[in-house]
Design a protein around this ligand. Structure first.
Ligand SMILES: C[S@@+](CC[C@H](N)C(=O)[O-])C[C@H]1O[C@@H](n2cnc3c(N)ncnc32)[C@H](O)[C@@H]1O
Length: 415
């Protein structure tokens, strides 16, 4: 008997992604990038949290609701009124996202079924912020999808996006092609079973078998389907992301986390380091991607070219309030010893990031309410030589590391 071919639409009806179950919704805080509230305010709105009205946001291709829940709860915690619209072609995904929102007691959300290509008619907005993760790379014409989103982006608005990246997905595309040849005519469940067998029996030289950073296919059938059996999927290098954005009049304000896109992490030899230091800032993320080899998706923020100058918050304004993410500043400060460094792993190597002498005293005061001027005044009270430039030099070092790791952002206090 002929079965219905698995189109893009049917795929997410059968295997909503990522797999989530509203009955098991624990209320646990969701943390991720993009669409963490402090992060998006930092990288799209120059730290300005006050929109003079509720934040208007669109979650385009919202799937099973991770970004929706994260942003809605982030706004609730911050006391920021928000109007958030969810849009997806998949009814099954929408049902799960709605169930999760209900289980968490989130209200005031709007759910719409349909394609983001029709967003101008279905949900014209406009929106201050648009999340679109893991969607455009599945579209026949990603540029058309992006143009539709930019068409409903308010002046001064920002986008948080995620697109697949090629090098970390080494081995995926030959295997997708092989599976198309081998099992295209089977019903979806049989395709999944056969794909599992194929993966289990791959020779050790196969690039997919050698690629240890891919794990989605081990977690669930939905993960396997999304990774290996998708009807359409392509990956973008950093340069291709930038070209796609430029075509829509946009510019990337940050790839996330920013330090991962610093090629200096992947170059040890001093003469090469010196050559690297002479590279243009805008060429650095592409080089980092080429050297790291483990980037399988790019998460990033983008704004219109004319808004780029003031989109990213800077640590040189005393009115900026530093905010930690998933870190308790005072608790971190208590465990902190002078001269201590922060360590973080990138591309399979652990790196040490030395912190300035006043890091502990600063962290102890980073509570999401004190601004930099206040923190400086408190520290200067018993350090007569700590003028603003001296304070700022040390804060800038702390900021470069923690912001680079996605752990520290800046925002202005709401009036
Ligand atoms: C890989 S899932 C990602 C879900 C979610 N954004 C996330 O990151 O967790 C892709 C989602 O995009 C939706 N989608 C695909 N094409 C779409 C389109 N043209 N308009 C709206 N949604 C679409 C699918 O139904 C699916 O739920």
């Amino acid at each position: 008997m002929a079965h219905r071919p698995v189109t893009d639409d049917l795929h997410y009806e059968l295997y909503p992604y990522p797999p989530r179950d509203p009955r098991k919704e624990s209320g646990e805080r969701i943390s991720g990038s993009p669409s963490d509230l402090d992060e998006l305010v930092h990288f799209c709105f120059g730290g300005r949290l006050d929109f003079g009205r509720p934040l208007r946001a669109l979650i385009a291709g919202g799937g099973t609701g991770d970004a929706l829940v994260m942003l809605a709860e982030g706004c609730k915690r911050a006391g920021l009124p928000a109007e958030i619209t969810y849009l997806d072609v998949s009814q099954a995904s929408r049902t799960i996202a709605e169930g999760r929102a209900r289980a968490r007691g989130l209200s005031g959300l709007t759910f719409i079924s349909g394609s983001l290509l029709e967003v101008g008619e279905l949900a014209p907005g406009p929106y201050d912020y648009i999340d679109c993760c893991g969607v455009l790379h599945h579209m026949e014409d990603p540029a058309a999808g992006l143009a539709a989103l930019v068409g409903v982006l308010a002046p001064g608005g920002g986008l948080g996006l995620m697109l697949y990246a090629p090098y970390g997905r080494t081995g995926v595309y030959p295997l997708q092609s092989a599976l198309r040849r081998l099992v295209a005519d089977l019903p979806p469940q049989d395709k999944v079973a056969m794909a599992r067998r194929l993966v289990e029996g791959l020779p050790p030289t196969n690039w997919f078998a050698r690629n240890e950073i891919l794990g989605d296919h081990k977690q669930s059938d939905a993960g396997l389907y999304d990774l290996l059996l998708h009807a359409r999927d392509r990956a973008f290098t950093v340069a291709e992301v930038e070209t796609l954005m430029a075509g829509a009049g946009l510019v990337v304000t940050a790839f996330l986390p920013p330090l991962r896109y610093d090629p200096a992490l992947y170059v040890a030899e001093p003469r090469l380091k010196a050559r690297l230091a002479r590279l243009h800032t805008e060429d650095r993320p592409a080089l980092a991607e080429e050297l790291a080899g483990d980037i399988k998706a790019h998460a990033f923020y983008a704004v219109r070219m004319e808004d780029a100058e003031r989109a990213v918050a800077r640590p040189d304004d005393p009115q900026m309030v530093p905010v930690l993410r998933d870190l308790d500043g005072p608790a971190f400060a208590r465990s902190f010893r002078p001269g201590q460094a922060v360590t973080a792993s990138f591309a399979g190597k652990t790196h040490r990031f030395p912190l300035p002498p006043l890091a502990g005293a600063m962290l102890a005061r980073i509570d999401g309410t004190r601004d930099l001027g206040t923190i400086h005044a408190e520290l200067a009270a018993d350090r007569s030589d700590l003028d603003w430039p001296a304070f700022h030099r040390q804060f800038a070092t702390l900021f470069a590391t923690l912001n680079g790791l996605g752990k520290l952002h800046l925002r202005l206090r709401r009036p």
